[in-house]
Write a protein that binds this ligand. Sequence first.
Ligand code: ADP
Length: 598
Amino acid sequence: MTKFRAKLTFILILLIGCSMLIAGIFMAKVLENSHIKSLQDNMERELQVITATVDWNRKGTDAELISYYTEQAKHLKEATHERVTYVRADGKVLGDSDQRPEQMDNHLNRPEIASAAANGVGYVTRYSDTLKENMLYAAIPVKNEAKETTGFLRISMSLEQVGKSIRSLWYFLISGLIILFLIAGIVSYRIAKGITYPIEKMTKVAQQITNMNYQSRVPAYSNDEVGQLGQAINRMSESLQQQMARIQENERRLQGVMENMMSGIMMIDREERIMLLNPAAEYILGFSSQELLGKKYNEAKQQYEFTKLIQECIETQDPIRDEMVFYYPAERILDIHLSPIAHEDEEWSGVLIVIHDITAVRRLERMRSEFVANVSHELKTPIAAVKGFAETLLAGALNDKETAVSFLQIIFDESERLNRLIGDILELSKIESKRIPMNFSPIYLPEFLERSLSVLRKEAEKKHIELSMLVDDDIYIEADEDRLRQIIINLLSNGIAYTHDGGKVKVRVEPLDMNADGDYERLRLIVSDTGMGIPKKDLPRIFERFYRVDKARSRSSGGTGLGLSIVKHLVELHKGTIRVDSEVGVGTRFTIELPVIH
Ligand code: ADP
């Protein structure tokens, strides 16, 4: 039982008990009075009956009268059980049922007699000296035919009897009160419970809401103020639940954004502690959030310049944008924005740092400008040659027929080279920009390779190079046919170009990851030659644009330095890989691995 309920029960019991007690006492008093009143009425009636039944105006001597009336009084007492006294008008006692009248003094001044003489009836409660107890006396005057008072008739009864009946009345009343009190207790408890139960329930619900259990509801009670309070709590809880759901949803969304965005986000609070770090920031900075979160920005492990930048932002309270090179965990170029977070009411509440990894962007920019420089350079050489020889011809060499022909041949070769160069550059930029969609179709490799080889056969024969292929009968691949041919022809023509007379160039196909049913997921294409090979130091750069091991050698072979770069791009478009192994003077081997199905 709660304190409130106990208090309420106590107050109710007290209220009910007190009012019942007061009502009980009042009732008992009323009952006692009415009891005495009815007793008096009875006595008066008895007195009237007695006056009517006996002749109270007898003549005779005092002794005769005393003997007669005493006899009558005793007689009457037998019937009424009450003391009967007859007093003559002068106060002399003529008869008494309990006492000898001769021994009794004059009764004219007895209050009941005096009252009877004055009012027609007199009642008095008094201690009787004669009987030694409290007695109730009632007296009326006795009259003759002439309506003169000839005497007084008095009866008295022991108050012991009256007390007894009043006491039993009290007992009855008290036991009734006790029962009523018990009932009042139970009723009070029930009433208190009826009032406090909904309040207790609401308190419980409010506590649960405090503990973030927003599903908790107050049951519907009544439509009174308590019921309305319950409804208000329910509405409050509902609105809290909705708001919490909205907040959680927002938090989830924000979390999703933070976790999935490419930019690194870091937040520093007013105490200069790192209080937020998204996965991108962890990755870029190379430290996990466990290592950084909660730490002071200048105590956490990180690049010194970065710390300085944050410090500057905190000190100046101005947004800062800077580009910075980080060397840990890998070399990166980062674009860093720092902005102080300010709320209306406060001066500032922290710093928001957004980090973009612009390494790739910068590298691309560098590559583009290098590419432009390379292209201009590559174009300049053949153009200079064409221009130079044309000038010489114009200056007079035309007259010497033999020289003129050889110069024109050079001009033709150089313009041819220029054409090839421009063609390759266009091709490369087309592939790089991925403008042309891939056109995958199943290719039967033995036939496809045979046709590719036949294109180069003439060239190989010129240098007495043996061109061969090794491929199983049932090998298919899904690929863009034109591009696959470009790959093979590029590699084979390189092989022919960089192999001495009498050498060998081979192409071989091997299925990879073959299972028991003879199905394979990948294919390996190997183009190998017995040529001059590539020095080790050049191997890593071989696929770069315009990279040539030996400019003179390449030029004599008519190469542009773009072939392998194109090949690599085409292989990647097929989701494949390419690698090169080579030994100077022994030969070179290009190995391509391609998935069979796209
Ligand atoms: P190029 O048009 O000059 O041949 P590539 O990109 O095809 O340009 O090749 C780049 C360089 O790689 C060539 O200049 C050459 O030095 C070297 N190279 C390519 N293939 C071979 C090979 N099979 N054997 C030896 N060197 C090769």
